[in-house]
Structures are given as C-alpha cells and as structure tokens.
Design a protein around this ligand. Structure first.
Ligand SMILES: [Zn+2]
Length: 348
C-alpha cells in the first residue's frame, strides 16, 4: 500500500511517499481493518518527525487521526461491519490491564498512539482494535471525510481536560491559550457548551476574529497584551477559574498569574518546552489544582461521539490537502498558520 513514511527522524524533508507492506496478514479476533479515506494532522506528528525517545521501526508510517470504511473485521468483532463508515480513536490500549479494567484506557500500561508507537493513518489501510473505531454519526449535513478524520484526537483530549479534569461549570471563566490550534479551539467550544465564559488568546488578530465568530466571549492578542493583567481586569481581579494549557514554557508563568483562588490548570502539552516553575506558597495558599491530561477513555470517546451526533462539536477544518501534497500540510502546521484542523485526503 502507499503511505507517507519517514526512514529517520529530522526535518520535514524526511517525509516521503513509499510503498510499504499492506497490514493484510491474519487479523486479530477483535481487530478491524479500515480503508482510510482521510487523515488529520496533530502537533504530535511534528514531534514524531523530529524524534521522540521511543524506538522507531523504519519505515515508520506517520499520522494519528483518520476516518475511513471498515473493510474486514476479526472473528469476534460485533460493534462494526464491513462497509461501516468510521472515525478512528488513535489511542490504543490493551483493554486488559488494571487501568483498562477500571475504565481508564489512557492510563493503560501499554498505551500507544497511531503514528507515534504504531503505524499511522497517512496510509491506504490501518488495523486497530474494534474499540478504537466509532461509526460516524448521521447528521442533516453529513460529515465529510476530512471532518470525520479531524474529530477524534483533539475532541477526546479537550473533553477530558475541560469536562472530566477541570469540571468546568456554567458561569465560570476559562482561559484558553493559542486558539489557532485544533485542541484549543475544541476546548473553547466544549467550555461554551458547559456554559462557561471563555477568554481566548492568539498572536493573530485574524484568528481572534474567527474565534469570536465561533463563540469566544473575549479575545486577547498575547503578542501585544499582558494576558494575566487583562484576565484580572475582566474578572474583577478574581482571575480565571480554569486555564487550559498546552504551550508550556512560553505561557506557564502567565497562566499561573491569571489563575484565581481555587483555580484549576489543566495541561496536555509542552509545545514550547517542558520545564516550568512553581511557587509552592502560591499553590497551597490559593488552593490551586494543577492537572495533566492525555487523550481519554472509552466512556469519554462514546460521549463525544454522542455529542457530535447532536450536531455539536463538528470539527473545524482549516484546509484539506491531497495525498500527494501531504508535506505541504505538515509545513502549514509547523508554521502555525491554521485555524482548526489540517486534513489530508488519502483516497477519494
Ligand atoms: Zn491497559
């Protein structure tokens, strides 16, 4: 099959189209083989390309998010059938360890991600456990393949951050950094669904205007404005109830300055660097909760698919690239030009 692969880590010029072995072999009893129609990119894909500490098996097929048509199912698969149109949840658990049995699949001791530890979705076919696919909900305006591909990773991650971890409630103030990224944009929309007032930031006024159209209550330009001061001013000096972080070093101090008494900070990333500081006196005095989040469990995945079926949380797709142009898609992601998700069509 044709796939976008890397044969070593480095720059974007490492990406190449290659003919790789088809995952045809004997299918596990609970596996499904999906003919991929579209894939979507995440920042993780850039980190994989640059080099992560785990062992790679080259050529490595890139891409985590995807959607397509179920082609073959294992002998024990009951939840989907050949011909079903499905979205792929790229977080693969073993569904057997103590965390899985407790329902916390993203804490699985062997948790792996498509495109990171396993062959990815920028390929004609991918094989995953049946738990990792969900039938695409039927909507009055049907989801396109790129929209379906763009859904799983950021929506699952943002839902866990906003709903499960931060437990955002109606009337609370939520600060979301960097609204151009798919994760931040989805977190904003979920916080709005929960009735929160959402303050978003970007360095681009054009993106801030678009975020306002998509529901942001307040927009701040973090290149020209001091975010913590603005948030304090907007909340009668109280500060934000919740801060949604994924930048790390560049935003961390300001995130804490913006966080109010009893505030919750949830982070799922460190795109600008992983080492940050914390004054313990402020942590205990203000009784902050600082939480990490990664992907989500199956109950959360079923819940976001249900919400999608009600017409909410339809993915915002920034641009769709053809299979042949996938490197340009990575370049757009690296330059941070997007608002929403960047998708790649795999086959028509
Ligand atoms: Zn497990």
């Amino acid at each position: 099959m044709r796939a976008w692969v890397i044969r070593g880590t480095g720059d974007l010029d490492r990406l190449q189209i290659a003919e790789v072995p088809d995952p045809a072999g004997p299918l596990g009893a609970q596996d499904v083989r999906v003919a991929v129609r579209a894939a979507a990119l995440n920042h993780l894909d850039l980190f994989v390309l640059r080099g992560l500490p785990h062992e790679y098996r080259f050529p490595h097929v890139v891409g985590g998010d995807g959607a397509g048509v179920v082609e073959v199912v294992g002998s024990e698969v009951r939840s989907v059938r050949p011909g079903d149109r499905v979205m792929i949840n790229p977080g693969i658990a073993d569904y057997a360890c103590e965390y899985c049995l407790a329902g916390e699949h993203s804490l699985c001791v062997t948790y792996r991600l498509l495109g990171e530890h396993l062959p990815g979705t920028l390929a004609e076919f991918v094989v995953v456990p049946e738990q990792n696919v969900a039938v695409i909900p039927t909507l009055p305006m049907p989801l396109s393949w790129p929209e379906a591909a763009a859904f799983s990773l950021v929506t699952l991650t943002a839902w866990r951050m906003v709903v499960t971890r931060a437990q955002v409630k109606a009337g609370e103030t939520v600060l979301v950094w960097g609204i151009g990224g798919g994760l931040s944009l989805t977190a904003m929309r979920i916080a709005k669904l929960k009735g929160a007032r959402v303050i978003v930031t970007s360095s681009s006024d054009a993106k801030l205007r678009e975020a306002q159209r998509l529901g942001a209550d307040v927009t701040l330009n973090h290149r020209t404005q001091k975010i913590s001061q603005e948030v304090r001013a907007l909340t009668g000096r109280r500060g934000a109830d919740v801060v949604i972080e994924n930048a790390g070093e560049a935003t961390w101090d300001e995130s804490l300055r913006a966080l109010g008494r009893g505030g919750r900070l949830v982070t799922c990333g460190a795109t600008t660097g992983p080492k940050v500081g914390l004054d313990l006196r402020r942590l205990f005095w203000y009784q902050w909760s600082i939480m990490g989040a990664t992907m989500g469990n199956l109950a959360e995945y079923h819940e976001i698919v249900r919400v999608l079926g009600t017409g909410e949380l339809r993915p915002v797709v920034d641009r769709v690239f053809s299979f042949a142009e996938a490197r340009a898609a990575f370049e757009r992601l690296e330059r941070g030009e997007q608002l929403g998700k960047i998708a790649v069509e795999i086959s028509p």
